[in-house]
Design a protein around this ligand. Structure first.
Ligand code: ADP
Ligand code: MG
Length: 712
């Protein structure tokens, strides 16, 4: 009999609801009593054992005071011997202590916090009615999903309800079931959303809070969200923090209100901080050679499982699109933040399952993910710091398996980054590329870009995103945007013209070779998608000493004419000066003549309308084209039986689908009914809107003009 059932029946016993003379037979009652007693006995035994327990170095999970249900789950998943972090952290966690644990990537931290969760809820005889008992917070959705899968596997003999609460899922569905969950695995943003919006969310009974990848959860990116979450949780709780690169910030620990935490770091005394079977190398190449290097690498490792890390989503997108066109022999999979969750899940699962596959990812894949048997991790763009390097590289060589890591650096990054890695006890060696083995796909890429404006746009975006990411890096001893050879980098992506990165002039960190003129430029080639300024001043002729300035935002920037300033200026010209009878100025009114705010709203509305119209027009063209193609293929089928080569003049324009002018003249009375059934409705509607032509009044000339419009 399961835990909740026993508890339910026990409650019924107490309340006297079970009538001994009713349908429940005596044997059933006895059986019930027996299992209740068994479970109670087991719980008392576990609690007792827990207080005095100690484990040897070569112990098994069965040597721990664990419930039968947990042990069953572990054995069935082939987990018999605990890893170092599990051996050292499970007991103190079972004893209710707060824990601050650091252990290498792939060393089994997940079970180290899941086992205590199962046990804590078990000894408290937790049921659905008790609500939320354990909250596990992770920085990424994929990691949450992975932990959820492990809970399902190891905890399958327990009766706890578990929920995965991550962004990109059905919020309504989550809302209605949240109150029934005993264990929640979540990302910070989503759980806070429920705390704020969902009256059913109740954490008053919470026993354990776990932060996996704790240093990431507590860093600046999640600071505000995490503070709000912590505020909403009961103070009386056990807190467990796990990471390969643990936070040592007292401020962080104070935020979490840890009570005498136990520090556990089984690998602290080891020579290196990375897995011992991870072979780590780095190469130094110019930025412009990265694409060729990566393509050559993928050709040479086509039968292996590879993860490539990029600095930004847009680079992943572009490299994925272009490499896919080059037809690599291995399957390519992109993974980045902007994708919808369903696609992300699919890619995650597919990458786990396959053996010769290449995942092109941003840092959303750098933390915690346990992809089986990854042969290579390539960091094509330099990581932000040694911590990020350790996590990315740690996707390979998980738990005593071997793997390789390759860090790609550009010359300016070498000294700073290698110094940092050495300080962080990362064993890494320099290797050189055999240039004979490089295959440049540049000519092909240029032709792809020439054929596809979308691809060209994607290349521009990748370029700008990369430059921007370098400019925004904190560590200026490693990342020097002004030293980048922009021209060469743009060419290497297949771009003939170097996109302008307006963002750089904004922060005053323009590269060496830009113009010297100081003039106001209107952003005609707005390649920087996040650029929100319409007017900027180019001022790079004056040398910008970017490295020396701690705040490039202030020191490197020359006088700028911003949109806001222009708006302010404009508002002054809109003053209405009112004079009294004697000719004196009495008041200034800004709004009566020309209300800028109103105009802005109007413009926005106009924009939205234009967009809608443009969308409808495009759709109409698509439909018309489809229709045309369909008709052509029908004609072609007919003609084919007569002569294979005379399949119609491709240049000739097929106007059969147009409204029949005769019909139009006949049907003057009802404008809706005149639309020939062959004419795509939207096309007619759009044209009507644009020209405000009433279809019922259409003349033959107008119909022809309409046809030409739609064919453009
Ligand atoms: P970490 O969180 O430290 O990076 P994970 O918890 O993801 O590591 O575990 C890494 C791998 O080790 C997983 O594939 C997991 O199944 C496996 N593993 C964990 N604990 C054990 C164990 N006691 N015995 C065998 N394999 C284990
Ligand atoms: Mg982990």
């Amino acid at each position: 009999m399961s835990g909740p059932e026993v508890k339910k029946h026990r409650a019924k016993f107490k309340k006297g609801r079970i009538n001994r003379n009713s349908k429940v037979t005596k044997t059933k009652i006895n059986h019930l009593k027996l299992s209740v007693d068994c479970e109670s006995n087991e719980i008392s035994r576990l609690i007792e054992k827990c207080i005095n327990a100690s484990v040897e170095e070569n112990c098994k999970f069965s040597d721990f005071p664990l419930s039968k249900k947990t042990l069953q789950g572990l054995t069935q998943s082939q987990y018999k011997i605990p890893t170092a972090i599990q051996r050292e952290s499970i007991l103190p966690a079972l004893q209710g202590k707060d824990i601050l644990a650091t252990a290498k990537t792939g060393s089994g931290k997940t079970l180290a916090f899941l086992i205590p969760i199962f046990e804590k809820l078990y000894v408290n005889q937790w049921t659905r009615l008790d609500g939320l008992g354990a909250l596990i917070i992770t920085p990424t959705r994929e990691l949450a999903l992975q932990i959820f899968e492990t809970v399902a596997k190891i905890g399958k003999h327990h009766d706890f309800t578990t929920g995965l609460i991550i962004g990109g899922q059905n919020l309504k569905f989550e809302k209605s079931r949240l109150h029934q969950l005993n264990i929640i695995i979540c990302t910070p943003g989503r759980v806070l959303q429920h705390m704020d919006q969902n009256p059913l969310f109740d954490s008053t009974n919470l026993k354990i809070l776990v932060l996996d990848e704790a240093d990431r959860c507590l860093d600046m990116g999640f600071e505000v969200t995490m503070n709000s979450i912590i505020e909403n949780l009961p103070v009386e709780r056990q807190t467990l923090l796990f990471s390969a690169t643990q936070t040592k910030s007292v401020k962080d620990l104070a935020r979490l209100n840890l009570q005498n935490p136990v520090y556990i770091a089984p690998h602290e005394k080891e020579q290196y901080t990375t897995p011992h079977r991870l072979q780590q190398n780095y190469v130094v190449i110019e930025q412009k050679n990265k694409l060729t290097m990566l393509w050559s690498f993928l050709r040479a490792h086509a039968k292996q499982k590879v993860i490539i890390f990029f600095a930004t989503c847009k680079q992943v997108k572009f490299f994925y699109e272009i490499f896919r066109k080059l037809r690599p022999s291995a399957l390519l999979l992109p993974l980045y933040g902007g994708m919808n969750q369903e696609k992300r899940n699919k890619i995650y699962t597919e990458f786990c399952a396959r053996s010769n596959v290449c995942l092109m990812a941003t840092d959303i894949a750098s933390r915690g993910l346990d992809f089986p048997k990854v042969n290579w991790v390539v960091q094509l763009d330099c990581p932000e710091d040694a911590i990020q390097y350790i996590h990315r590289a740690g996707r390979a060589a998980r738990l005593n398996t071997s793997g390789e890591s390759l860090l790609v650096l550009i010359p300016q990054e070498e000294n700073g980054m290698i110094e940092q890695l050495q300080k962080s006890k990362v064993p890494i060696s320099k290797i050189h590329i055999d240039e004979k083995q490089l295959f440049s796909p540049l000519v092909k890429i240029q032709s792809f870009l020439a054929q596809s404006p979308e691809l060209k746009e994607s290349a521009k975006r990748a370029f700008v995103a990369y430059v921007k990411s370098v400019a925004l890096m904190k560590d200026k001893s490693v990342f020097k945007v002004s030293n980048l050879d922009m021209e060469a980098y743009a060419r290497s992506l297949g771009l003939l013209v170097t996109p302008r990165v307006r963002f750089l002039s904004k922060i005053g960190a323009a590269p060496k070779n830009v113009h010297t003129d100081l003039k106001v430029t209107v952003a005609e080639d707005d390649v920087d998608s996040s650029g929100d300024e319409l007017f900027t001043v180019k001022c790079s002729g004056i040398p910008v000493v970017e490295e020396k300035t701690t705040s490039p935002l202030i020191k490197g920037t020359k006088k700028k004419i911003t949109k806001v300033k222009l708006m302010k200026k404009a508002s002054v010209t809109n003053k209405k000066i009112v004079f009294d009878d004697s000719g004196h100025e009495t008041e200034l009114k800004h709004d009566e003549v020309y209300d800028i705010e109103k105009a802005r709203v109007e413009l926005m509305l106009g924009d939205a309308e234009d967009k809608e119209r443009y969308k409808a027009l495009k759709k109409a063209k698509r439909v018309a084209q489809k229709e045309k193609l369909k008709r052509k293929s029908e004609e072609h089928d007919e003609v084919e039986s007569v002569d294979h080569f005379d399949s119609g003049n491709e240049q000739s324009v097929d106007l059969n689908w147009l409204p029949d002018p005769d019909k139009i003249y006949v049907n003057h009375s009802s404008s809706g009914s005149v639309v020939d059934h062959k004419v795509p409705k939207v096309a007619v509607k759009v044209t009507k809107k644009r020209r405000t032509v009433n279809v019922s009044d259409i003349t033959l000339n107008e119909a022809e003009r309409l046809a030409m419009d739609l064919l453009q």
